[in-house]
Write a protein that binds this ligand. Structure first.
Ligand SMILES: CC(C)(COP(=O)(O)OP(=O)(O)OC[C@H]1O[C@@H](n2cnc3c(N)ncnc32)[C@H](O)[C@@H]1OP(=O)(O)O)[C@@H](O)C(=O)NCCC(=O)NCCS
Length: 227
């Protein structure tokens, strides 16, 4: 059975976003960012999370109870969870925030600016020895990065996982998780998402009932918030 994932993309344009529906913790989190564009990404992500979950629950965004509990320190940050709503995952990159939602499976999304040139030599921390080869471009490394980070975001572990133990198919091959070191029994579905100017991948925790197929639909986040 094909798993369905929806992704809303919100471009931050500089226009003020309505912080009304946000919780005090979410406003505080946004206020901690020094750069206004980072604060806007945080607000935009929180608004999308509330609006997507609220639509699923049939309530307004301000009424949604969003829980964030860090699996490492127990603090109120990390992946947002809303009881009774689809699983959610948030990712930001320069000027855009994305929220992925999937009803049946834990989901992880990651995005990086395609023009990002400061990726440097991340090979040592990113790639397993079996994945290293000559001639990998910055774009190849970014694709490895977003595929692997989508996987560790789907599990909720995030970068506490050693990305070298998460083996994915090479950038020129169809997206697939080949091995997941932290839990070898765990199965995933993985897809790349075509979006202008960025590299984006999405991963799902899957089970024997899903055959690894996933179908992604991209939506306009600004349109969602304007409704
Ligand atoms: C999750 C993580 C991989 C994201 O990395 P990033 O490239 O900086 O940021 P991205 O734009 O891709 O994603 C940010 C979003 O990831 C989500 N997120 C944070 N921790 C997460 C986790 N463990 N699993 C899944 N998603 C997570 C959040 O929703 C966050 O956005 P928000 O705070 O605005 O809601 C990385 O921050 C991480 O591993 N965090 C856990 C470790 C940590 O920082 N702990 C804090 C101290 S205990």
């Amino acid at each position: 059975m094909t798993a369905l994932v929806d992704i809303w993309v919100l471009r931050i344009t500089g226009a003020a976003l309505d912080q009304g529906p946000l919780s005090p913790a979410e406003r505080e989190r946004a206020a901690r960012y020094q750069r206004p564009e980072d604060a806007a990404l945080s607000v935009g992500g929180a608004l999308l999370v509330r609006t997507i979950a609220g639509r699923a629950l049939g309530v307004g965004p301000a009424e949604v109870r969003v829980e964030r509990v860090c699996p490492q320190c127990g603090g109120p940050h990390g992946v947002p969870r809303v009881a009774g709503a689809p699983y959610l995952s948030v990712a930001h990159c320069s000027g855009s925030v994305l929220v992925a939602a999937c009803a049946g499976h834990q989901v992880g999304v990651d995005v990086e600016d395609a023009a990002r040139s400061d990726i440097g030599d991340v090979t040592e921390q990113l790639l397993a020895p079996a994945e290293r080869r000559r001639g990998l471009t910055a774009s190849d490394l970014l694709r490895y990065w977003v595929r692997k980070e989508a996987v560790v975001k789907a599990t909720g572990i995030g970068l506490y996982a050693d990305l070298r133990t998460v083996l994915v198919s090479p950038p020129d091959a169809a997206p697939a998780v080949l091995a997941y070191g932290p839990d070898p029994e765990q199965r995933f579905a993985l897809a790349d998402v075509e979006l202008p100017g960025v590299l984006c991948s999405v991963a799902l925790l899957s089970d024997p009932l899903t055959d690894g197929d996933l179908s992604v639909t991209v939506h306009d986040g600004a349109e969602l918030l304007a409704r």
